[in-house]
Ligand binder design. Structure first.
Ligand code: SAM
Length: 227
């Protein structure tokens, strides 16, 4: 997957803005396993080191997941498993997170195990559109509480439509990178990923099936409540 390559990112851990640093220093509470996963993820070569989700975004999810009493969650795009770990840490003992990715090359199951949450996470490897279709067939509509979409940007609309079927009424869909390092504002940027996110943002803005909140959190986090 090609990531947008601005050097000064919008994620708190990458940002050069002192306000972002201050926010991080006065809110982040990382367990040792999360800390280890951050170090591992950011040590990977090239664009991989920037794939890790924003740390304050994952911590925000921990709060809303507990607030709405989520038991069954899906993550679309798991990479090393940082947000998956963060979600699993706050799920009840009988809670479940389905972690979808095209590859498990970088997933640190050992750290999930060390944190005592490995049994709450099921990894599904393959194109996530197919995985979500299968989950819908096997579990039926409205069978999940929360979906986090963070995989290939050109499939965002497909992931969103399938997620809308998979989540219950009052369930949440969170979509990552909806600011794409600010590239969505730059009309001269017609790269495939930027265009896909721009079109997705326009679509969701007008979608009356959900309530929407576009948060200036991480690289842009759009939160949708299914009506
Ligand atoms: C930005 S990373 C996910 C980061 C992770 N959510 C986190 O917060 O640390 C995107 C992931 O999407 C995966 N991905 C890309 N295309 C995919 C596809 N078609 N189906 C499933 N996963 C895909 C990549 O392998 C990568 O691990």
């Amino acid at each position: 997957m090609t990531e947008h390559n601005n050097t000064a990112g919008l994620k708190t851990q990458e940002s050069k803005d002192p306000i972002d640093r201050y926010i991080g220093e006065h809110s982040l509470r990382l367990r040792s396993e999360q800390d280890e996963l951050v170090k591992y993820s950011t040590s990977l070569p090239g664009h991989l080191s920037r794939m890790l989700g924003a740390l304050d975004e994952a911590q925000f999810f921990q709060i809303i997941i507990q607030l709405i009493g989520c038991k069954r969650c899906i993550e679309v795009g798991s990479f090393t498993g940082y947000t998956a770990l963060s979600i699993a840490l706050v799920l009840p003992p009988d809670g479940e997170l389905i972690a979808c990715d095209i590859s498990d090359q970088y997933i640190r199951r050992d750290l999930w195990k060390k944190a005592g949450v490995d049994k709450k996470i099921s990894v599904k490897i393959g194109p996530a559109v197919e995985t979500l279709k299968k989950l819908l067939e096997e579990n039926g509509p409205g069978s999940f509480d929360f979906v986090f979409i963070d995989a290939d940007k050109t499939n965002y609309k497909n992931y969103y439509e399938l997620s809308l079927k998979l989540v219950r009424s009052n369930g949440l869909i969170a979509i990552d990178n909806t600011l794409w390092d600010g590239a969505v504002l730059d009309d001269a940027d017609t790269s495939e990923n930027t265009v896909a996110i721009r079109q997705f943002n326009e679509f969701v803005r007008d979608d009356q099936r959900v309530d929407i909140s576009f948060l200036r959190l991480g690289d842009g986090t759009t939160l949708c409540r299914k009506k």
